[in-house]
Design a protein around this ligand. Structure first.
Ligand code: PEP
Length: 251
Protein backbone atom coordinates (compact mmCIF):
# COMPACT_ATOMS: atom_id res chain seq x y z
CA UNK A 1 0.00 0.00 0.00
CA UNK A 2 1.26 3.46 -0.89
CA UNK A 3 0.85 5.84 2.01
CA UNK A 4 0.91 9.48 0.99
CA UNK A 5 3.83 11.25 2.60
CA UNK A 6 3.28 14.05 5.10
CA UNK A 7 5.69 16.79 6.18
CA UNK A 8 4.87 18.72 9.36
CA UNK A 9 6.79 21.81 10.41
CA UNK A 10 7.04 22.58 14.12
CA UNK A 11 8.07 26.20 14.53
CA UNK A 12 8.41 25.77 18.30
CA UNK A 13 8.61 29.19 20.04
CA UNK A 14 9.89 31.12 17.03
CA UNK A 15 8.34 33.74 14.81
CA UNK A 16 7.12 37.29 14.37
CA UNK A 17 4.34 38.63 12.18
CA UNK A 18 6.81 40.22 9.78
CA UNK A 19 9.08 37.16 9.54
CA UNK A 20 6.19 34.70 9.34
CA UNK A 21 4.70 36.52 6.37
CA UNK A 22 7.91 36.14 4.37
CA UNK A 23 8.35 32.50 5.41
CA UNK A 24 4.75 31.47 4.72
CA UNK A 25 4.67 33.19 1.33
CA UNK A 26 7.87 31.40 0.34
CA UNK A 27 6.52 28.05 1.49
CA UNK A 28 3.22 28.49 -0.36
CA UNK A 29 5.05 29.34 -3.57
CA UNK A 30 7.70 26.68 -3.03
CA UNK A 31 5.37 23.72 -2.57
CA UNK A 32 2.56 24.82 -4.90
CA UNK A 33 3.44 22.20 -7.50
CA UNK A 34 4.27 19.41 -5.06
CA UNK A 35 0.91 17.68 -5.30
CA UNK A 36 1.91 14.15 -4.30
CA UNK A 37 2.37 14.73 -0.57
CA UNK A 38 0.73 16.71 2.26
CA UNK A 39 2.19 19.65 4.19
CA UNK A 40 1.36 21.19 7.56
CA UNK A 41 2.93 23.99 9.62
CA UNK A 42 2.37 24.03 13.38
CA UNK A 43 2.76 27.63 14.51
CA UNK A 44 2.64 29.28 17.95
CA UNK A 45 -0.94 30.10 19.04
CA UNK A 46 -0.73 33.88 18.48
CA UNK A 47 0.05 33.33 14.80
CA UNK A 48 -2.82 30.99 13.97
CA UNK A 49 -4.90 33.80 12.52
CA UNK A 50 -2.00 34.89 10.36
CA UNK A 51 -1.38 31.32 9.21
CA UNK A 52 -5.06 30.97 8.35
CA UNK A 53 -5.05 34.25 6.40
CA UNK A 54 -1.95 33.41 4.39
CA UNK A 55 -2.45 29.67 3.87
CA UNK A 56 -6.13 29.25 3.08
CA UNK A 57 -6.59 28.21 -0.50
CA UNK A 58 -3.03 26.83 -0.70
CA UNK A 59 -1.94 23.20 -0.42
CA UNK A 60 -0.38 23.88 2.99
CA UNK A 61 -2.44 23.11 6.11
CA UNK A 62 -1.79 24.61 9.53
CA UNK A 63 -2.06 23.49 13.13
CA UNK A 64 -0.94 24.10 16.70
CA UNK A 65 1.78 22.64 18.90
CA UNK A 66 -0.40 21.76 21.87
CA UNK A 67 -3.95 22.09 23.17
CA UNK A 68 -5.88 21.81 26.42
CA UNK A 69 -7.85 18.61 26.91
CA UNK A 70 -10.80 20.48 28.44
CA UNK A 71 -13.59 22.01 26.33
CA UNK A 72 -13.79 25.37 28.15
CA UNK A 73 -13.80 26.82 31.63
CA UNK A 74 -11.72 28.59 34.25
CA UNK A 75 -8.32 27.57 32.86
CA UNK A 76 -6.20 30.69 32.62
CA UNK A 77 -3.67 30.53 29.81
CA UNK A 78 -5.11 27.43 28.15
CA UNK A 79 -6.31 27.02 24.57
CA UNK A 80 -9.23 24.74 23.76
CA UNK A 81 -9.63 22.30 20.87
CA UNK A 82 -12.60 24.31 19.54
CA UNK A 83 -10.46 27.44 19.39
CA UNK A 84 -7.99 25.65 17.14
CA UNK A 85 -10.84 24.52 14.89
CA UNK A 86 -12.15 28.10 14.90
CA UNK A 87 -8.87 29.21 13.32
CA UNK A 88 -8.97 26.51 10.67
CA UNK A 89 -6.41 24.14 12.19
CA UNK A 90 -6.48 20.61 10.85
CA UNK A 91 -3.68 19.09 12.97
CA UNK A 92 -2.21 19.47 16.45
CA UNK A 93 0.95 18.07 18.03
CA UNK A 94 0.39 16.00 21.16
CA UNK A 95 3.03 14.93 23.67
CA UNK A 96 6.01 16.54 21.98
CA UNK A 97 9.18 15.70 23.92
CA UNK A 98 9.71 19.36 24.81
CA UNK A 99 6.24 19.38 26.38
CA UNK A 100 6.97 16.15 28.21
CA UNK A 101 10.38 17.26 29.46
CA UNK A 102 9.84 20.94 30.21
CA UNK A 103 6.12 21.14 30.96
CA UNK A 104 5.62 17.91 32.89
CA UNK A 105 3.42 16.21 30.33
CA UNK A 106 2.89 12.51 30.84
CA UNK A 107 1.49 9.64 28.82
CA UNK A 108 -1.82 10.29 30.62
CA UNK A 109 -2.06 13.97 29.72
CA UNK A 110 -0.89 13.31 26.17
CA UNK A 111 -3.59 10.65 25.76
CA UNK A 112 -6.25 13.03 27.10
CA UNK A 113 -5.14 15.75 24.67
CA UNK A 114 -5.11 13.23 21.83
CA UNK A 115 -8.70 12.28 22.57
CA UNK A 116 -9.87 15.89 23.00
CA UNK A 117 -8.30 16.84 19.68
CA UNK A 118 -10.12 14.05 17.87
CA UNK A 119 -13.42 14.82 19.55
CA UNK A 120 -13.14 18.34 18.13
CA UNK A 121 -12.36 17.04 14.64
CA UNK A 122 -8.62 17.73 14.72
CA UNK A 123 -5.98 15.20 13.66
CA UNK A 124 -3.61 14.62 16.58
CA UNK A 125 0.05 13.96 15.85
CA UNK A 126 1.23 11.78 18.74
CA UNK A 127 4.95 12.22 19.40
CA UNK A 128 6.88 9.30 20.87
CA UNK A 129 10.54 8.57 21.46
CA UNK A 130 13.20 7.35 23.84
CA UNK A 131 16.09 9.22 25.49
CA UNK A 132 19.73 8.42 24.85
CA UNK A 133 19.98 6.59 28.17
CA UNK A 134 16.88 4.55 27.38
CA UNK A 135 18.26 3.56 23.98
CA UNK A 136 21.61 2.63 25.49
CA UNK A 137 19.79 0.40 27.97
CA UNK A 138 17.81 -1.27 25.16
CA UNK A 139 14.54 0.21 26.39
CA UNK A 140 13.49 1.84 23.13
CA UNK A 141 10.68 -0.59 22.37
CA UNK A 142 9.48 -0.57 25.94
CA UNK A 143 9.27 3.25 26.03
CA UNK A 144 7.76 3.75 22.59
CA UNK A 145 5.39 0.82 23.12
CA UNK A 146 4.19 2.35 26.38
CA UNK A 147 3.64 5.75 24.73
CA UNK A 148 1.64 4.16 21.92
CA UNK A 149 -0.34 1.98 24.32
CA UNK A 150 -1.27 5.02 26.42
CA UNK A 151 -3.61 5.94 23.57
CA UNK A 152 -4.52 2.49 22.20
CA UNK A 153 -5.40 1.03 25.61
CA UNK A 154 -7.66 3.90 26.59
CA UNK A 155 -9.37 4.67 23.33
CA UNK A 156 -8.89 1.59 21.17
CA UNK A 157 -6.95 1.00 17.99
CA UNK A 158 -9.78 2.57 15.94
CA UNK A 159 -8.68 6.08 16.94
CA UNK A 160 -5.54 5.60 14.86
CA UNK A 161 -7.65 5.87 11.72
CA UNK A 162 -7.72 9.63 12.16
CA UNK A 163 -4.32 10.28 13.69
CA UNK A 164 -0.68 10.62 12.78
CA UNK A 165 2.20 9.08 14.73
CA UNK A 166 5.66 10.60 15.01
CA UNK A 167 8.78 8.78 16.15
CA UNK A 168 11.07 11.41 17.59
CA UNK A 169 14.06 9.97 19.46
CA UNK A 170 14.97 12.56 22.09
CA UNK A 171 18.66 12.33 21.28
CA UNK A 172 17.93 13.37 17.71
CA UNK A 173 15.52 16.26 18.41
CA UNK A 174 17.28 19.62 18.50
CA UNK A 175 20.70 17.97 18.15
CA UNK A 176 22.82 17.60 15.05
CA UNK A 177 22.54 13.90 15.32
CA UNK A 178 19.65 12.47 13.27
CA UNK A 179 18.81 8.79 13.53
CA UNK A 180 20.12 6.81 10.59
CA UNK A 181 17.41 5.70 8.16
CA UNK A 182 17.92 2.12 9.39
CA UNK A 183 17.52 3.13 13.04
CA UNK A 184 14.30 4.98 12.23
CA UNK A 185 12.96 2.17 10.05
CA UNK A 186 13.52 -0.37 12.83
CA UNK A 187 11.39 1.58 15.32
CA UNK A 188 8.75 2.50 12.73
CA UNK A 189 8.43 -1.19 11.92
CA UNK A 190 8.07 -1.98 15.60
CA UNK A 191 5.28 0.62 15.93
CA UNK A 192 3.45 -0.67 12.86
CA UNK A 193 3.73 -4.29 13.99
CA UNK A 194 2.38 -3.43 17.41
CA UNK A 195 -0.65 -1.79 15.82
CA UNK A 196 -1.06 -4.72 13.42
CA UNK A 197 -1.52 -7.09 16.36
CA UNK A 198 -4.74 -5.16 17.04
CA UNK A 199 -5.78 -4.26 13.50
CA UNK A 200 -3.67 -5.02 10.40
CA UNK A 201 -5.66 -2.71 8.16
CA UNK A 202 -5.22 0.32 10.43
CA UNK A 203 -1.54 -0.54 10.79
CA UNK A 204 -1.14 -0.47 7.02
CA UNK A 205 -2.76 2.94 6.58
CA UNK A 206 -1.50 4.95 9.57
CA UNK A 207 1.26 7.42 8.78
CA UNK A 208 4.37 7.29 10.97
CA UNK A 209 6.60 10.35 10.67
CA UNK A 210 10.24 10.55 11.66
CA UNK A 211 11.45 13.62 13.56
CA UNK A 212 14.87 14.69 14.79
CA UNK A 213 17.40 16.85 12.92
CA UNK A 214 15.81 16.37 9.51
CA UNK A 215 17.27 18.62 6.80
CA UNK A 216 16.86 19.06 3.07
CA UNK A 217 20.08 17.03 2.73
CA UNK A 218 19.07 13.96 4.76
CA UNK A 219 15.29 13.81 4.13
CA UNK A 220 15.28 11.84 0.89
CA UNK A 221 17.23 8.91 2.36
CA UNK A 222 14.93 8.88 5.38
CA UNK A 223 11.75 9.02 3.28
CA UNK A 224 13.01 6.16 1.12
CA UNK A 225 12.54 3.76 4.05
CA UNK A 226 9.36 1.69 3.60
CA UNK A 227 7.85 2.55 6.99
CA UNK A 228 8.83 6.22 7.14
CA UNK A 229 5.83 8.16 5.88
CA UNK A 230 7.22 11.66 6.15
CA UNK A 231 8.78 13.96 8.69
CA UNK A 232 8.20 16.18 11.68
CA UNK A 233 10.61 19.06 11.23
CA UNK A 234 11.74 21.52 13.89
CA UNK A 235 14.61 23.89 13.17
CA UNK A 236 14.61 23.31 9.41
CA UNK A 237 10.91 24.29 9.25
CA UNK A 238 11.64 27.97 9.87
CA UNK A 239 14.14 28.18 7.01
CA UNK A 240 12.15 28.39 3.78
CA UNK A 241 14.74 26.72 1.53
CA UNK A 242 15.30 23.85 3.97
CA UNK A 243 11.61 23.22 4.55
CA UNK A 244 10.77 23.37 0.86
CA UNK A 245 13.65 20.97 0.18
CA UNK A 246 12.21 18.48 2.66
CA UNK A 247 8.76 18.86 1.07
CA UNK A 248 10.34 18.21 -2.35
CA UNK A 249 11.88 15.00 -1.03
CA UNK A 250 8.45 13.89 0.24
CA UNK A 251 6.78 14.75 -3.03
C1 PEP B 1 10.87 18.76 16.56
O1 PEP B 1 10.79 19.82 17.16
O2 PEP B 1 9.89 18.01 16.53
C2 PEP B 1 12.13 18.41 15.89
C3 PEP B 1 12.21 17.28 15.23
O3 PEP B 1 13.16 19.30 15.99
P1 PEP B 1 14.49 19.34 15.07
O4 PEP B 1 14.06 19.08 13.66
O5 PEP B 1 14.99 20.75 15.24
O6 PEP B 1 15.42 18.31 15.60
Amino acid sequence: MMRRKLVVGNWKMHGSTAGNRVLLEKIVNGVRDYRNADYVVCVPYPYLYQAQSLLQGSNVMWGAQNLCATKDGALTGAVSPAMLVDFGCTHVLVGHSERRLQFHETDDTAAARFHAAQEAGLIPILCMGESREERDSDWTEFIVGRQLDSVMRRYGVEVLRRAVLAYEPLWAVGSDNPATPDQAEEVHQFIRNRIARCDPEIARQVRILYGGSLTAANAAAMFAMPNVDGGLVGRASIKAEEFIGICRAAN
